[in-house]
Design a protein around this ligand. Structure first.
Ligand code: FE
Ligand code: FE
Ligand code: ZN
Length: 277
């Protein structure tokens, strides 16, 4: 089953996101757990969450991805910023128990001058403080573009974080195609080589989801500016190989391209047309 979807606004509630996804022929989606600026989250409506879970089962959805606010930074040099990230993520994970069996993705963070090793240790400390043995959510580290002091631009960064997490069975990785290309991994000309490298360093069994975005910038640019599918340096042919790759094809693919719903619907239709059974 090919699961493709896009980033959706959670403002109308959980079931509404499922219905919106279905209306554009999506069978997965992603949503921010709260305002991306990281403000206080609305209380969870348990009945609405249960209704979404039933709707997803009835309609053959794959797993969905909750995305942490991209402004939190668990490895900032500022202690209050780190504490805020920890509290936000702990609260998000509790809320995710209303949607058991899905994913919670976050950007590992930017070390803001502390250095990569210290940053990695702080990220792992945060995860060790918030993960619980009986949780039902898999927490995903997102591959990053390596912009500024960002951690996660190299597969080795993610490996080192995973190595330091005690409850690593609750951890996985989300590969963002724009980010890995910007980080210097050539998924256009050497997809097999990049996936072999991912497997060697992290292990493909950790790969849980794909953010499917084109990039406005060339290989290795370290910029992180997403483009619509086919309107960037990755290109439609490379995406056809990505969605059909035996190591990737069963994963949920989520679009985070600069689009409103009609644009997402068109991209989903394009990608479905490129998918081979
Ligand atoms: Fe992200
Ligand atoms: Fe992403
Ligand atoms: Zn990005």
């Amino acid at each position: 089953m090919f699961h493709i979807g896009c980033h959706l606004s959670p403002s109308a509630g959980f079931l509404a996101m499922g219905q919106t996804a279905k209306a554009i022929d999506a069978t997965t989606f992603q949503f921010f757990t709260r305002n991306p600026r990281g403000s206080k989250a609305k209380p969870i409506d348990g009945a609405d969450a249960a209704a979404l879970m039933a709707f997803m089962a009835e309609n053959g959805f794959g797993k969905v991805v909750a995305h942490a606010p991209y402004t939190i930074n668990p490895c900032s040099k500022d202690e209050r910023t780190r504490e805020f990230a920890l509290q936000t993520m702990a609260d998000d994970l509790q809320r995710m128990e209303h949607l058991p069996g899905n994913y919670y993705n976050f950007h590992p963070g930017s070390h803001t001058g502390l250095g990569t090793e210290t940053g990695i240790a702080l990220i792992a400390d945060t995860l060790n403080a918030i993960l619980t043995p009986d949780q039902h959510t898999t927490v995903l580290l997102e591959t990053m573009a390596g912009k500024g002091t960002e951690i996660g631009g190299r597969f080795e960064d993610l490996r080192e974080i995973l190595d330091r997490v005690e409850l690593a069975e609750h951890m996985g990785v989300c590969l963002d195609t724009c980010h890995v290309s910007d980080a210097g991994y050539d998924i256009v000309n050497d997809l097999d080589g990049v996936l072999a490298e991912f497997d060697r360093v992290i292990g493909l069994e950790r790969l849980c989801a794909i953010h499917i975005n084109d990039s406005l910038n060339p290989l290795g640019a370290h910029k992180d500016r997403h483009a619509r599918i086919g309107e960037g340096f990755i290109g439609t042919e490379a995406f056809a190989r990505i969605i059909n790759h035996p190591a990737l094809r069963q994963l949920p693919f989520v679009l985070e391209t600069p689009n409103e719903l009609p644009g997402y619907a068109a991209e989903i239709s394009l990608l479905r047309s490129l998918q081979q059974d």
